[in-house]
Design a binder for this molecule. Structure first.
Ligand code: AHG
Ligand code: MN
Ligand code: MN
Length: 362
């Protein structure tokens, strides 16, 4: 006799869901969230559409050289430079186009903004407009595309303050606390979608045979303590004094004031680094340095820091600029950059202490 459907969600722990015990597709999860009154039909559609676009990007990424998708979008003098001042890869452009096309016609959005586009885009007049705003980093970790290392897509959803009308850049300038959903898709050995609609952070793995995302961890939890940090150490000499002091003490290990030995990992794809931290803990940082100080930092508040910070907080972790809770930063520009510290709560608090002590003595 077939086992009855399990209608009781498992407890909110970092419990991987073993194959066969129950199969909760992304669609089922979203319908249950809608029934519980936590999301509406438009937000459910929006997330389904983003997930579908991520499947398409996953197929392009997976084809690699066979799909002709590796390499730069332009060549030589014709190099294609985006609004961030960075050379675009073919997959940056393709992923942006896939997300734009998928989200244009569903009627759930008032507008979109992307790391790869100069300004936000309203929904074309040919289609109905909805009450949400979607922001994305279509392809995160571009430097890893050509060397076959994990890349990803990051997205954030806000309410349109003036729903149903043409979205303008200033409509997007809402703090991270206003996000109604956030997530990323990692294109690694397996393709995974990690999502929050404000009720925990959950991981779904793409079942490539069936073509659907299936929940594989309900309620991801980041351990409060960690012995692992992620930072691009080659920037050390450019860091501010408090970051020098903080990492200096991490490197001193059991001989230093922290009294324990730390390990280091740096994938250089934020999606992959954050996925590791959501899975086993750690601290991720991209601090202010003298090379990026004029821009405010390296990583983008609206497309990278805010969605990742919501996912991390929903998993019991913390996210900060080093001096302020990330989600409370009031954005002043669509492409604004910020210093980032996120992950295991006690370690993010330690990094903040170094900044506070330095600022107080200065
Ligand atoms: P993107 O590919 O969207 O421009 O983002 C790259 C980001 C982030 O994914 C990563 O953590 C960081 O840049 C890597 O920076 P370094 O090359 O300085 O290590
Ligand atoms: Mn990125
Ligand atoms: Mn990108």
């Amino acid at each position: 006799m077939a086992a009855p459907f399990n209608t009781v969600p498992p407890p909110m722990t970092n419990m991987p869901i073993t194959a066969g015990s129950q199969s909760i597709s992304l669609t089922r999860y979203l319908i249950e969230e809608q029934r519980a009154g936590r999301i509406n039909a438009d937000l459910r559609l929006l997330i389904e559409v983003v997930a579908r676009a991520c499947k398409t990007i996953s197929i392009a990424v997976g084809k690699g050289a066979l799909g002709g998708v590796l390499g730069d979008a332009g060549t030589g003098d014709e190099a294609s430079i985006n609004i961030q001042g960075e050379a675009q890869k073919k997959l940056d452009v393709l992923s942006n186009e896939i997300l734009l096309e998928a989200n244009a016609w569903g009627g759930h959005l008032a507008g979109l903004a992307s790391e790869e586009m100069d300004t936000s885009q309203p929904i074309p007049d040919a289609y109905p407009r909805g009450n949400y705003l979607l922001l994305f980093d279509p392809l995160d970790g571009s430097s890893n595309i050509d060397v076959n290392i994990s890349v990803g897509t990051i997205f954030s959803v806000l309410r349109a303050p003036d729903g149903g009308t043409h979205a303008q850049d200033e409509h997007f300038l809402q703090p991270g606390t206003a996000q109604v959903a956030a997530g990323y898709c990692t294109y690694g050995p397996s393709t995974m979608l990690v999502l929050t609609v404000g009720n925990g952070t959950h991981a779904f793995t793409l079942d490539r045979e069936i073509g659907s995302f299936v929940m594989t961890t309900r309620g991801m939890r980041i351990p409060a303590e960690t012995k692992e940090f992620a930072v691009n150490m080659s920037n050390q000499r450019f860091w501010e004094a408090p970051m020098q002091a903080y990492v200096g003490d991490l490197l001193a290990g059991s001989q230093g004031p922290r009294g324990k030995d730390f390990n280091m990992r740096w994938v250089a794809s934020m999606v992959a680094d954050v996925h590791r931290i959501l899975t086993r803990g750690g601290i991720f940082s991209y601090p202010l340095d003298s090379k990026c100080a004029a821009k405010g930092g390296k990583l983008r508040l609206m497309y990278e820091a805010n969605p990742m910070s919501l996912l991390v907080e929903q998993a019991g972790g913390a996210a900060s600029t080093g001096r302020q809770r990330m989600l409370e930063v009031q954005p002043t520009g669509l492409h604004q950059r910020v210093p980032v510290f996120l992950g295991s709560r006690s370690e993010v608090e330690a990094a903040e202490r170094y900044h506070a002590e330095h600022d107080a003595s200065a």
